[in-house]
Design a protein around this ligand. Sequence first.
Ligand SMILES: Nc1ncnc2c1ncn2[C@@H]1O[C@H](COP(=O)(O)OP(=O)(O)OP(=O)(O)O)[C@@H](O)[C@H]1O
Length: 239
Amino acid sequence: MKPAIDMRKVERKLGDRQMAFDFSRPRGSITAILGPSGSGKSTLLNLIAGFLAPDRGQVLIDGTDVSHLPPGERGVSMVFQDNNLFAHLDIATNIGLGLDPALKLDGTQKDRVAASLERVGLAGYEKRLPGTLSGGERQRVALARAFARARPVLLLDEPFDGLGPGLAADMISLMLEIRADVDATVMMVTHDPREAESAADQVLFIDQGRIAADGPMSGFFERSDLPALSAYLRGRPEA
Ligand SMILES: Nc1ncnc2c1ncn2[C@@H]1O[C@H](COP(=O)(O)OP(=O)(O)OP(=O)(O)O)[C@@H](O)[C@H]1O
């Protein structure tokens, strides 16, 4: 079977940081992306989503080279750290735009908007503006939008940050449910080892713009052969 995500010798320079990614992921897998601040985790997601173009190499999704396609045509949903809701549009419209940019929603799509809000515990919030919600509630709206779109690839950039442990665990369960519904392939950036272990089956550890480790989640934090991982877990840059 073709990999769901296939990054073939992708290179991209940002500022003076040269980044290089080469890996693939099977459909239905959940990968935690770990690594120090500034190592290139968000850049990796942006390259898959199409918000950044590679200088070299190819990005394949389900076997199709999408390197030159805009984000909306890649079959990818991304939830950002700052959840990027439109401040002047109500919650239902923000989610509806994810389903149809022209907002001509049919009955089924409207039901999906309402159902996704219910799933994240925000039933009845349809007419509220983002500014009237707490940070955690806005984050849940962003998740609801990604869930409602049900795209085959779901990219999450620290999506559960600031939700508190209970709610973050609820949102992880929800993410696992959604993934099972559509057999989605998930890649999530997180700084929380427990979150990574509870959600992911695989890991990519990024260090200085490169993949320092690519393997199963299970046992990853016990590895002693990766100096960059030890430094990361101690919370200090590598000497
Ligand atoms: N537009 C840009 N111009 C120049 N440099 C950039 C740009 N965007 C990112 N960088 C640099 O590229 C590197 C990787 O950034 P990236 O946001 O991918 O890191 P990250 O691992 O997601 O970090 P964090 O955990 O802090 O969010 C950083 O050194 C950053 O300063």
